[in-house]
Ligand binder design. Sequence first.
Ligand code: AGP
Length: 608
Amino acid sequence: MCGIVGFVGTRNAAPILLEGLKRLEYRGYDSAGIAVDHRGVISISKVSGRIEKLCELTDGGKTMPGFAGIAHTRWATHGAPTDVNAHPHMSCDGRFSVVHNGIIENYMELRDELMGNGYLFRSQTDTEVIVHLIEMYYDGNFKAAVMKATSRLEGSYALGVLCSDEPGKIIAVKEASPLILGIGIGENFFASDVTALVAYTRNVLYLNDGELAELTPENITVYDCTGTPVPKTASRVTWDIEAAEKGGYEHFMLKEIMEQPRAVKAALTPRIQENRICLDEFRMTPGELRGIRKIVITACGSAYYAGCAGKYAIEKLCHIPVDVQLASELRYSEPQIDSSTLLIVLSQSGETADTIAAMKECQSLGAKVLAIVNVVGSTIAKLADYTLYMWAGPEIAVATTKGYTTQLSILYLFAVYAAEALGLLSEKEYQRLIGELQALPQKIQQVFDMNGILPRLASKYNTARSIFYIGRNTDYAAALEGALKMKEISYLHAEAYAAGELKHGTIALIDEGQPVVALCCNDRIAEKTMNNILEVKARGAQVLALAVKGNRTVLTQADDVIYIPGTDSLFQTVVEIIPLQLLAYYVAKENGCDIDKPKNLAKAVTVE
Ligand code: AGP
């Protein structure tokens, strides 16, 4: 996602716009730009890199006088994060400038049409079609031209538009991407979220999809898609600037946990078109795929645990052996890797030093690399042969949540895609699996709706000396990540253990009251783990079980049960991890920990 902000008033716009961009930086920060209208001439300054670079370039906005302007901070989706792809974009005649947050799904056909009409494109973005459409439809009426242009768009957009013929006005349009209007005194604003506004005003108007707003220093007029004025009532923002950045949540981590239905949908939906999985960025042909003898997944931390979970789906569906290796180990082992190896690299930040080093080592041995990363233009994304972006939006909390689930969702998607390409799936099975993938966002949402008991449960575990997480197969993979979440934000010791392995020694540690989280969500083997519940209960353990809704037997065995919706056992981990994230969050909150910035940790470990 990106961030947009606009201002029109009686003081210079540029410094205000730059401040607004800084407040939106968590939404994306691979490039930024600003356009200001000064006496009927629009000037633009834009650059790849962080907003700080744009501030230096414009001397804090001093080099761009003018009382109306728009600005943008980018989370690239179409076109690399370069100066030319940065927003704002300008029409050929220099009369219009546009900033955009969202994805124009029909931009290719519009681009062809516009190029056929002689419009010259400078960027590889989807956004640029918008500014040329406005120019094409302009006959002297600014609002009408914007309305005609947006009527041609399919997809999601929050737009800000400048027109040099009307210097004291900016236009904002909303369709499926967030856009809020700020009401000032002798000045007005628009922004992607209240974060960018609350320093100047707490009186806001919320635009609905299909609405267009005309902003002048004295007025805001909102119109519906027919051009009919829509009366709006102002709302009062009660958040402080800090809370606003968290969208009203107490911590970024909780906000990002709750964002997961949207994030997983953003990772999957653009890649499932007309019931086919389209991985355009992964250009390996079926013939080349058939030449792959082994897949190695390498990553660190939670990304490594996502790989442990994704391994089951890839091996089961693609019949290719998958070796999941810690990057910090792989780089110093004698990796048995050659040109018949596909290396899958997982990294939210795309900057983890160990992962980069392991990736380079494997590339030097001939492996082709598929990277699944979140930060566009990151080092790993640049080094990889193929990159599938997670599109989770910036993840601020150090403890990853939506990063893990979007990574894992893309691994599932890849497994089904590759199995179909290898001719290993019937069309019926292919469509069933696609349906299961498409249902994941709402199943994650259902977990939130089913588990109000988690805050109370946390108070049963927040003083434990240690917590065991046990499970088998995909449940064990979830146990690994669940234990890490608990450790890294609540500082309680937690250990994930293969449930079948307990009796080979570790069960000696199970004493009266020892908390054990037992994951029994994989319907193929849940019964085995339920037997392990009886084993540890017999030794006095306090058991919290995770199970699929409808499993009533587990109620007779565990002290507490958290139910989740069922899905294909191969995909279950991405649903069952949600209550484990929330359990760790509420235990950490109970213990007063610094949840978003846990001690000793960093969001990206860019050193060995
Ligand atoms: C996850 O909660 C941790 N912050 C950490 O384990 C992280 O997953 C690991 O450092 C890998 O980071 P990356 O995904 O950015 O490469």
